[in-house]
Write a protein that binds this ligand. Structure first.
Ligand code: PGA
Length: 265
């Protein structure tokens, strides 16, 4: 099970800026060997990410998707369109969409199915709206994940990623959740999704919310954190590359500790 590190650039980076961003990122991550890396640019920039990142260690994907394959849905983008652009990942249920667009866990469940149907990995974003006792947060988030996966039997969860992103820890001025708090919630998520799917692959649980180089270090000490989802800190590709380097080293160390030489990417 490979560790992951990715960024959602949100409504930032034109296609020209994405080209420059990905060109730099590709160069700076040429040595990455042990973890999976991804970038989720806006829809209009996915082709630019593809052009720069094809053949590299860095995958690309989208920040959202519509539930239908095609049809009269002005302004929307479908899963087959994303698959056609080589997307490997699609975020569903980001807290900004839940808050700004009223997306529900039920809608997230449908989007999750749709992403899997087209052979891509859904990144199911969950998180409690306000800080609470860790076990309450764990219960809240487990319920979100259970609903989001209610249409996806365990045997079909290959490639599913859950991103734990407490809403109160996201965005300018926020602080990330304490590693101990994150650990409690991540263990609960692993329990709720069934950490081992029937084909032996595992649903991975990553953390997002005000991740930077300093906070990444403390979070990665918890083995329930199987990767990081970075927002504004990653808008500088050099800063993001440093976080990627840290995750890559951690992935190598965990593999060594398990005594299993994970095959390089
Ligand atoms: P942030 O965003 O790192 O800027 O807090 C995280 C996210 O929304 O994924």
């Amino acid at each position: 099970m490979r560790m992951l590190v990715g960024t959602n650039t949100k409504m930032n980076l034109t296609s020209s800026q994405t080209t420059a961003y990905c060109e730099t990122l590709r160069r700076l991550t040429a040595d990455v060997e042990h973890c999976e890396v991804f970038v989720l640019p806006p829809y209009t920039s996915i082709w630019a990410a593809r052009d720069q990142l094809a053949g590299s260690h860095v995958g690309w994907g989208a920040q959202d998707v519509h539930v239908n394959d095609e049809g009269p849905h002005t302004g929307e983008v479908s899963a087959p369109m994303l698959a056609d652009l080589g997307c490997r990942y699609v975020a569903v249920g980001h807290s900004e969409r839940r808050r700004q667009r009223g997306e529900t866990d039920e809608l997230v469940a449908t989007k999750t199915r749709q992403v899997l149907r087209f052979g891509m990995s859904p990144i199911i974003c969950v998180g409690e709206p306000v800080q609470m006792a860790p076990y309450d947060a764990a219960a809240f988030v487990s319920a979100q994940v259970t609903t989001a996966l209610r249409d996806t039997p365990r045997s079909e969860r290959h490639g599913v990623i859950v991103a734990y992103e407490p809403e109160w820890a996201i965005g300018a001025g926020a602080q990330p959740a304490e590693p101990g708090y994150v650990d409690v919630v991540h263990r609960a998520i692993a329990n709720a999704v069934g950490s081992d799917t029937e084909d032996g692959s595992t649903v991975r649980v990553i953390y997002g919310g005000s991740v930077d180089l300093t906070t990444a270090h403390a979070l990665l000490e918890r083995h329930s954190v199987q990767g990081l989802f970075v927002g504004r800190y990653a808008l500088d590709p050099r800063a993001f590359a440093e976080v990627i380097g840290m995750v890559d080293r951690e992935a190598r160390d965990r593999a060594t500790a398990r005594g299993s030489a994970e095959p390089p990417v």
